[in-house]
Design a protein around this ligand. Structure first.
Ligand SMILES: [Zn+2]
Length: 845
């Protein structure tokens, strides 16, 4: 008020008092004055961009003060050197409030993690000890009292890392030569685009990070490591004002959620976690099946390869099977983005199935969504697919070599530097590796073109189903691939009706039948029974009683659920062997044995086939095939190993029909079966005996000087030992050993001493009294060193006393077995073992 009248008085003074004295310094300018040389961009927040400098100003209206908005960030483009960054990667959405403090406008992040029942007195303390985040406090440059408008300078809001941290944090203990960004360069950072709409504004900003010199200039994706560009899209979104009803999560179904604690509840599990789902409402609520008022509409980006567009459309629309069970017809609609579309695929108002062919691929497919954190309503989603998943060749051999091993997953987790970890998906990469196995096997078994394209089409169909499942709110269900028996899995009469798995949200092994005359589906082609049930839970309008009745079915075998937190992909992680990646059928041990045998069979024939098929080409494909085939064996070996010390989990509620005890140890018979299989297929002297003649041909194609960094000779012993070690890392993991002892108290019959003796025997007994071949020497030494580490190593305190006693007992047994015998190499090996053990025993305190 004061300011406005001063401006008016000032103006009058100019007119009346002539000549004017020197202009008053505190003279207030109007919005009009300050935006004279700017272009006006109208929308949710009116923006003014200076036509000479590009500088940005923002107008806030009085009715936007004290209101909540949603903020969302998405990467437009970033080099893969930064980890899990790149086109279409989503950040997390958050709620912020705009407030006025004297002559300043504040942008304050709101805490959405807690719920208080307002009818309870304790709710009066709801603000206690909560930290909100004041992201920015900006001076009001001009105030239009008549229209209730405030003008602020907006460069500081969007050209700095105000709303989000853009530069990935540097990890303590990281390599000093790792790729690192310089500092944010204010001069070079700029606005690329401003898209202002009535309900949201998108600002695309190119952040430049500069430094004068660099040790590591990055990959080929980075032209100049001293000046690195990251483009992001900041979206400010009006808080939806609609009749969306929140849906609370249940532990028996796997939706993405926003976690909320009920701070006014007396429950032992006071959770009010918000299910992430679309706002789907029946057009006609009185009919059993109705079209939704607003369907979930998808656009295939115009970058989508033309020949696969029909497959993608068909796969995505398969989800309508599930929605029909939930009472919705045509809930999913898939359209084609025209080549001359006036909107960009990054526009958050459109859900787009996007394709990229990135310099480095961090995922095969990825299906993120973003929500209103206040309600869990999904506001937008995309699906990103990397073109490389279709390519027969594997780009990035390094990733590929690791693909079979457990370290792969850990490294993939390392890549993630977004705060949106829960939506990370490796289905595309995993399935791609399995599909490559299928391709090699199809070549060896002379399958015709129809069979080959059937497999690839099914792979793509599955991948789209999976990624779209994520965008509907579903997270992974790694327990669902054990639905069918080995005999039913290739019966298409069954699988075409139900699917190959309970859920498309799993990472299964490819269903490749050793019996080539009875090949069923390679990949699942429709939402499974679990998916349909989960969509009913999430989307079907129903009463509380109906919801309870639906959830009470969770004990049915086709509706089992366990997500990434429960799966056993990494050594020592989780406890239930049914919740795993790379497994298939309800006899996953036998299925894995079949796969090891099949890989061996294929390895025997692959050279002869490629000599014909690859005539005139280099041997690159053969080398890749060796890694794919041994990778299949590694994955199978890991699947088998998880049964030892495994505990089946039942998440049924107290008194629920069909529910068993929450924890039931794997039977002695199955644990012994797993141990025997590992002895025969993983640890024996002829395990991984790829045909010897293959080794002379494992040559990568020469390119420039690329082979200089490491010798190109095939490191066969390393490959085999790596696979064996990944299994041992699980079996001798402190968690596994501790669980074997603890679970003896509640049903486990495979004692720690029996298991560790069996393992010791599997690794030594067949050859320690005679000649030991080079693979077994490697294995025996590696294993012995692991036992020594248990009793004297840095990690020794992590192991239970019982397991350390058994480790020592086994070391002494090895010492006794490793008496001098056999050829010179075997004698040297045994002397090595004895020396290691003798020295280690001296160190034991
Ligand atoms: Zn996934």
């Amino acid at each position: 008020m004061e300011a406005q009248s001063k401006i008016k008085k000032g103006k009058k003074k100019h007119k009346t008092e002539v000549p004017a004295p020197t202009p008053k310094k505190d003279k207030k300018k109007t919005i009009k004055d300050l935006t004279k040389s700017s272009k006006k961009i109208e929308g949710l927040f009116t923006m003014y961009q200076d036509t000479i400098t590009g500088s940005l100003q923002m107008v806030l209206s009085e009715n936007q003060i004290n209101k909540e908005f949603i903020y969302f960030i998405q990467t437009v483009d970033a080099p893969g050197d930064l980890g899990f960054a790149g086109r279409g990667i989503y950040g997390k959405s958050k709620v912020f409030k705009i407030q006025k403090y004297f002559n300043k406008i504040e942008f304050i992040t709101q805490n959405t993690s807690f719920y208080f029942d307002e009818s309870k007195a304790i709710a009066n303390a709801k603000e206690a000890n909560i930290s909100n985040g004041n992201m920015a406090s900006l001076k009001v440059e001009a105030h239009d009292k008549k229209d209730g408008l405030y003008l602020i300078k907006a460069d500081g809001l969007f050209l700095k890392e105000v709303f989000s941290q853009i530069k990935p944090p540097s990890r303590p203990g990281g390599s000093p030569t790792a790729f690192k960004l310089g500092n944010l360069d204010k001069e070079k950072t700029k606005i690329i685009a401003i898209n202002n709409y009535p309900k949201n504004i998108d600002l695309v900003i190119e952040y430049i990070y500069s430094k004068p010199s660099t040790i590591n200039g990055g990959s080929n994706a980075v032209v100049d490591g001293r000046n690195v560009s990251i483009k992001v899209n900041h979206s400010l979104i009006e808080m939806p004002d609609n009749d969306y009803e929140i849906k609370l999560d249940d532990p028996r179904v796997g939706f993405f959620t926003t976690q909320v604690d009920d701070k006014t509840s007396m429950s032992s599990a006071p959770y009010r976690d918000l299910v992430h789902r679309w706002h789907l409402k029946k057009k006609d609520p009185n009919t059993a099946i109705s079209e939704p008022v607003t369907p979930i509409t998808w656009w295939m980006e115009n970058t989508t390869p033309k020949e696969i567009r029909p497959i993608i459309k068909k796969a995505g629309e398969q989800w309508n099977i599930a929605f029909e069970k939930a009472g919705f017809k045509n809930a999913i609609v898939i359209k084609q983005q025209p080549d001359d579309a006036e909107w960009d695929a990054g526009d958050i108002r459109y859900n787009v199935l996007r394709w990229t062919s990135s310099p480095q691929t961090r995922f095969g497919g990825y299906g993120p969504s973003f929500v209103n954190p206040r309600t869990g309503q999904i506001l937008g989603a995309d699906i990103m697919i990397e073109y490389a998943v279709l390519a027969g060749s594997l780009r990035g051999e390094k990733l590929f070599e690791k693909a079979a091993l457990n370290t792969y997953y850990e490294e993939m987790t390392e890549f993630i530097n977004t705060d949106n970890h829960d939506i990370y998906c490796a289905a595309g990469q995993m399935a791609q590796l399995d599909n490559m196995f299928g391709t090699i096997a199809n070549t060896v078994f002379d399958e015709d073109g129809i069979e080959k394209s059937k497999m690839v089409n099914q792979f793509l169909h599955f991948l789209i189903l999976h990624e779209m499942g994520h965008t509907l709110g579903l997270n992974h269900n790694m327990k669902s691939s054990q639905l069918h028996s080995i005999s039913d899995i290739n019966n298409e009469d069954i699988t075409s009706e139900i699917g190959l798995m309970g859920s498309v949200m799993d990472y299964p092994a490819i269903n490749y039948n050793n019996d080539r005359d009875n090949q069923g589906q390679y990949w699942t082609m429709r939402p499974g029974p679990y998916d349909i049930w989960a969509i009913q839970f999430g989307y079907q309008p129903m009463s509380e009683i109906e919801t309870k009745a639906l959830l009470s079915k969770s004990t049915q075998p086709e509706l089992v659920f366990g997500n990434d937190a429960d799966d056993m992909r990494s050594p020592g992680k989780a406890i239930d062997p049914l919740v795993n990646v790379n497994d298939l059928t309800n006899d996953a041990i036998q299925y894995a044995i079949n796969r090891i045998n099949l890989s061996n069979e294929v390895a025997k024939e692959v050279l002869a086939k490629y000599k014909v098929q690859e005539k005139g080409n280099s041997y690159q494909l053969l080398g890749n095939s060796y890694f794919v085939l041994t990778g299949q064996q590694a994955a199978a070996a890991n699947t088998i190993s998880r049964y030892i010390g495994g505990i089946y989990i039942d998440r049924g509620m107290v008194g629920q029909k069909g529910a068993t005890k929450p924890y039931t140890p794997v039977s002695l018979q199955d644990q012994k079966r797993a141990m025997t299989a590992l002895g025969k297929y993983v640890f024996s002297s002829n395990s991984f005996s790829a045909p010897k003649e293959l080794y002379n041909y494992l040559a990568p194609q020469r390119r420039g000087f690329n082979l200089r960094s490491k010798n190109e000779d095939p490191k066969i012993h390393d490959r085999v030992l790596g696979i064996q070690k990944s299994v041992l890392m699980h079996l001798l993991h402190p968690n596994t050993l501790q669980r074997i002892t603890d679970s003896g108290l509640y049903g486990n019959k495979y004692t720690l001493s029996a298991f560790m003796t069996d393992l010791n025997n599997a690794i030594f007994k067949s050859d320690i009294y005679s000649n030991v071949n080079s693979f077994r020497q490697n294995l025996q030494l590696e294993y012995t060193n692991m036992l020594i580490d248990m009793v004297t190593g840095k990690q020794t305190s992590k192991f239970t006393h019982n397991s350390k006693s058994m480790a020592l007992y086994n070391l002494k047994a090895i010492r006794a077995m490793a008496a001098p015998s056999g050829n010179i190499a075997s004698r040297a090996h045994k002397q090595h073992l004895r020396t290691l053990i003798d020295n280690a025993v001296k160190e034991i305190k």
